[in-house]
Design a binder for this molecule. Structure first.
Ligand code: ADP
Ligand code: MG
Length: 377
């Protein structure tokens, strides 16, 4: 099965009341079929046309994003044993956090998770439990973790003490993947456990953001739900698959250019720059089928942790978020370009199964095939 590795979407947020009061107007036009026309502000410049798999116009609701972004398919794949990632990319203020979790403070206040304003993560949790309940043939174990990468340091959002002693990213020979050492993971038997992980992590992120100016626009967060499924494949064989879904809220893409800063801010800018630049580079390498050489996943913490879903074990969905007004034009065009590049990547995802289970299952299938052959003789 060939799956689209990066399914590229665009979400355009509405013009805010403040922007309207400053006389800002909509610079984008939506002719349909996934196209967006970006009008330029000077008559001498031509309008640019970009195309995506899906475009969410400013009127789109949070439920529309769940229904039409393809995230449901990602969740189904996570249940089947694939590694999946949904991430939001865009400049600060373009709606990344709104798309993933909802308006500022909604989750942190512990608002009922069934409000229309809740974002993709909460809605995905509800859908995930629906999928699980529809599969009584299997036993599921869900584990969730929530981390932040700030200045190339990994902070556990479920254990705020780790801000003083950042966690290490290591390579596991056993799973052949990167992992974060000593990361707190929560067993989630019920839907409420997943909600609690999100709420706790968002609260801790808000505390960190308060302590450091503009912290949240400079950090990436990864909320990961691991889905282990024990499936009775046959009367006497149970096999386990290990899927996962990452929800990634990236640092503001404008950070990639803030290299004129000095001191600590420069270090921050370079590190944020590095993660986003490396991500962009990995996407560019992956999207150019002919140049499938070295893909530099190891060059940043973010790409290390996303490597398995970018590299072919899974499927990635990227929602590029943009603000539609004149004052954001140059960042908007950058995001539109970045996002249209990611659209071309294709890959063949692989189910992650325990090696022993996979061997037993394949031997069993061989024996069955031999039996069938014998019967024909
Ligand atoms: P980012 O995380 O990219 O910095 P936010 O998600 O914080 O941006 O969004 C900035 C502001 O715009 C917030 O007040 C948010 O609620 C609002 N906003 C963003 N997207 C939408 C949307 N689709 N509909 C309504 N308001 C939105
Ligand atoms: Mg944000």
């Amino acid at each position: 099965m060939i799956a689209i590795l990066i399914h590229q979407q665009l979400r355009v947020r509405p013009i805010s009341d403040k922007e309207r009061s400053h006389g800002e107007r909509m610079l984008l036009e939506f002719p349909g079929k996934g196209q967006v026309i970006c009008h330029n502000t000077t008559p001498s410049q031509k309008s640019k046309v970009f195309s995506y798999n899906v475009v969410f116009e400013p009127e789109a609701t949070q439920e529309d994003v769940l229904e039409f972004s393809g995230v449901k398919r990602l969740l189904e794949m996570a249940v089947e044993g694939f590694s999946c990632t949904a991430f939001c990319y865009g400049q600060t203020g373009s709606g990344k956090t709104h798309t993933l979790t909802g308006p500022p403070g909604l989750v942190e206040r512990g608002t009922s998770p069934y409000s229309p304003e809740h974002g993709l993560v909460v809605r995905s949790f509800v859908y995930l439990f629906r999928l699980i309940n529809e599969r009584p043939d299997s036993h599921f174990i869900l584990k969730a973790s929530f981390l932040e990468i700030y200045n190339e340091k990994v902070i556990d959002l479920l254990n705020p003490g780790s801000a003083r002693k950042p966690l290490q990213v290591r390579w596991s020979k056993e799973t052949r993947g990167f992992y974060v050492e000593n990361l707190f993971t929560v067993d989630c038997e019920q839907l409420d456990d997943l909600f609690a992980v999100l709420e706790e992590g968002m609260r801790n992120r808000a505390v960190g953001a308060h302590a450091m100016n503009a912290h949240s626009s400079r950090s990436h967060t990864i909320l990961c739900v691991r889905v282990r499924r024990d499936l009775r494949a046959d009367a006497d064989v149970t096999c386990s698959t290990h899927g996962k879904i990452n929800f990634v809220d990236l640092a503001g893409s404008e950070m990639t250019k803030r290299t004129h800063s000095t001191g600590k801010t420069l270090e921050e800018a370079n590190n944020i720059n590095r993660s986003l630049m490396v991500l962009g580079y990995c996407i560019a390498q992956l999207s150019d089928g002919r140049k499938r050489g070295h893909i530099p996943y190891r060059d940043s913490k973010l790409t290390k942790l996303l490597a398995d879903s970018l590299a072919g074990n899974g499927v990635t969905l990227m929602i590029a978020c943009i603000a539609p007004t004149r004052s954001n034009l140059s960042e908007t065009v950058n995001t539109l370009r970045y996002a249209s590049r990611a659209k071309k990547i294709k890959s063949k995802p692989i189910v992650k199964m325990d090696a022993r289970d996979a061997l037993i299952l394949s031997l069993k299938r061989e024996v069955e095939a031999l039996h069938a052959e014998n019967q024909h003789l």
